[in-house]
Design a binder for this molecule. Sequence first.
Ligand code: GLA
Length: 388
Amino acid sequence: MSNELASFKKDISQKFTAVFKQNATFISVAPGRINVIGEHTDYNLGLSMPAAINRWVIIAFAFREDNLIKISSESFNNQMEYTPGKPFTPTESWMKYIFGALEIFQRTDKITKGFNAYIWGNVPLGSGVSSSAAIEVAMMGLLRKAFSASFDDVTLVKNCQKIEHEFLGVKSGLLDQYASQLSKAGKLMALDFQSMTHRYFDAEIGEYAWVLVNTKVKRELAGSKFSERVDETQIAFKEIASKNSAVKHFRDITLKDVELVSDSVLKNRIKHFVLEDQRVFDTADAFKNNDLKKVGELLLESHYSLKNDYEVSCPELDFLVEKSKTFDGFLGGRMMGGGFGGCTINLIKKAKIEEFKTFILPAYKSQFNIDGEVYAFDMVDGANVEKV
Ligand code: GLA
């Protein structure tokens, strides 16, 4: 475990003790994630290439003597109280994640005792690095361990997805939760959502680094636009399947099949899926051949596909990509995550990260009057719950 994480855990345990006047007995940790490529493919059972990063949600926990559940959130500066079986209406969005986790957990397992919990996080919120998945995974993992439930990691990940679907109303896929739960330090994950399997690989980037630029933009419509894309691709899929009986899954669709879609917008949506999936294969090959220039080109292709065909980018993300392209030391980049704001992910020469910061941030500020942020990070292990 990194020193950084160890010191955060110690700090959160101490804060737990200060608030609840008892010592924590479990500490649950779940990271945020990046995704190198394979965007908006997961909910249609495509491919992605994520890794967890050293930004975490940490929850300290101890049982109570009664059946009350008391949860204090440092990041959101408030507290919730919940008694299993009694009505509860979450008043803030962080409570929806927690309440969702408690409710979903109780569909298969029992919360036999009350508990206190203290939540902290440094995953940037609403930035496309899965702060919400980190909360869900940290909470679900904690409940699994504390109440000795026996479901496996894939079930855990799927339980967390149910929180998004049922309690947040977003039809998201499994990318975020899967990466948060199952990542491995220093590795990228090649993730196949059809077979629900993954493999880890070293994606050596030598004198380069992955660097995020945060637009600091979070649009309210992102959730509804997200669900709109899910619906659109389903409609296009059904039309293709009705015209070509060989197509049983999204992954069977070829570029020729894309032409079977009569509506031009829906055709573009499906085209993105087919080409983005291919780009995941191509990126894996490029890594194998140590061809980082090719990786960079694929990132840019992915961006233009998300911008023009899938239409989930925004002016701020597009500006960052275009501006970064003019930086000497940039190999490629693209919008990352759900879109409509959040971060770009970029392949930048390590020695030039500071220079990149002073290049991109003032340009962004003068264009949009927003203070963006640049992050370099480490790739870390997925979620973990420790008995203290
Ligand atoms: C969000 C969703 C994921 C995935 C990405 C886009 O992060 O939660 O399931 O669809 O967007 O790739």
